[in-house]
Every structure is written in C-alpha cells, then in structure tokens.
Design a protein around this ligand. Structure first.
Ligand code: GLY
Length: 261
C-alpha cells in the first residue's frame, strides 16, 4: 500500500493571492483519495476545480488569444503508460475531462474542431467559455499530480495559453515531455511561458535527471528552472513520485499546495 498524496499549482506568477484557491483544489483530491478513489479521478477532479475557478488561466478564466478567441489545452498522463491531450479546444469548459476520456483510446491527442467533434460524440458538455482579457502575468495555468493507495500517479495540466498568443499557437501543456511527464514512478508538471518550456523539454529533462542520476526532486527542479530556462522567463514545476511528499519550485511566485495522506 502506498500513502496517497497530491500536489497542485496555480501557475507561475500569480503569487500568494491564489494560495487559497489552490488549496480548494487539493481538498477535492484529498476527498477522492481518502474515499479510495484513483489517482486519475483525483487529478482530474482537482483540475476541474481549478478550471472552474475564474481566477486561473484555464477553463472558465482562460485568457483570450489575440483574435479574441478562447482556446483551451489540457493533458493527462498516468504512470501506467496512458496519455490523453487536447489542443486549442473551443466551447469546452473542462478540457481535462476530454483528455481523460482519451486515456484508453487508440489515439492520444486531438486538436481544434476535431477535438470538439470527438467530445460531442462522447457527450462532453459544449458551452461558450467566457474567458478574460490577457494580462502580462498570465502564466497562471494549472496542474495537479495525484498518487493513490496503489502507488499509481496521474498528472493533469490545463491552460488557456500564455497571454498575447495567436489562435494557432501551441504551448507546452499538451506537448508530452514539455508541460508534463509521468513514468518510472515519477511525475513532473510545468507552468509558465510555454515556448521556453517546450524548447527545453523541461518536464522530461527534470524527470530524467531524477531517474538517470538519482538527483532529488528538489535539486532536479532547481536545476531545470535554473539551467534550462532563461533568467527573465517565468517558469514553475511541481513533482510527485511513487513515494514521499510532492514538491514545487519556481523562479517566480507560484502558488502551490501539497497533501500527504
Ligand atoms: N504554459 C502555458 C502555455 O504556454 O500555454
């Protein structure tokens, strides 16, 4: 039996004012894990809490693209080798649920109108997402990693995309190894400016540093943010392994919260 655990962040940049909101998300994960729920269920439902909270740049509160559209990305990966991700989805308040629905499909990822059509075929709610104007500090995307009593991990991320980006732009959140990576009993999720995270393959390389060199989670995250990312670019990471507590690290104010059962 593993000790259940969860960790969530509210993005690189928004600071302590969002701490309570992130803790509400962790409370949802705790509720599910203490009731014997799976890591997938806990990560997804805790992520839904953040997507439904209009202060975050994900789901309901996602920032407009430069053409005024609201386009959502989300991803989910499990430590047993499953993955789902969606890119630039319209009219989908909870894209993380669509990503979760892809876990057991032959395809891993869907984008744009095709993603929405597939979501329609699965009965996922379709509704206009209000969104909000972009702002300089809107790296405040969201992520949750959960571990259940079997030791299984699930890593969920969701975003409206970094502010001031055009409608066709793809950020790190739906790109495996960039915004997320989970295998070998370790999960890492990133937040911040997607281009820098993608260029550095940040989540995978931090994960690999732990697995290949035996580095601690904390020192691998410090290395990743300090050595792989330019000084003036806001980025943050959270991580959780199949043992022990989760941990977060950022070069800016990143609200994060963790729970160990
Ligand atoms: N990190 C979110 C994005 O760049 O889209």
């Amino acid at each position: 039996m593993a000790v259940p655990a969860a960790i969530a962040h509210g993005g690189a940049g928004p600071g302590p004012s969002r701490q309570t909101n992130v803790e509400v998300s962790i409370s949802r994960a705790v509720e599910i894990l203490e009731a014997g729920g799976s890591a997938v269920e806990a990560a997804v439902e805790a992520c839904v809490v953040l997507e439904d909270d209009p202060v975050f740049n994900a789901g309901t509160g996602a920032v407009y693209r430069t053409d005024g559209s609201v386009l959502l990305d989300a991803s989910l990966q499990t430590s047993d080798g499953r993955m789902g991700f969606v890119i630039a989805m319209r009219d989908t308040p909870n894209p993380i649920r669509v990503a979760a629905d892809l876990l057991d499909e032959e395809i891993n990822g869907l984008a744009g109108d095709g993603a929405r059509e597939w979501a329609d075929s699965r009965g996922h709610p379709k509704a206009a997402v209000e969104g909000r104007p972009p702002r300089p500090e809107s790296g405040d995307t969201v992520g949750v990693i959960a571990r259940d009593s079997t030791g299984a991990l699930a890593c969920a991320t969701s975003t409206g995309g970094t502010s001031f980006r055009p409608p066709g732009r793809v950020g790190d959140v739906p790109l495996p190894g960039s915004g997320f990576w989970a295998d070998h009993g370790l999960a890492v999720a990133a937040t911040g400016v997607g281009e820098a995270i993608t260029r550095s393959l940040l989540s995978y390389r931090v994960h690999d540093r732990v697995i290949s060199t035996g580095s601690s989670l904390e020192s691998a995250m410090h290395w990743g943010v300090g050595e792989l990312i330019e000084d003036d670019v806001s980025v943050g990471l959270i991580s959780l392994s199949s043992e022990g507590p989760g941990s977060g690290h950022s070069n800016t104010d990143m609200p994060w919260a963790a729970w160990l059962g």
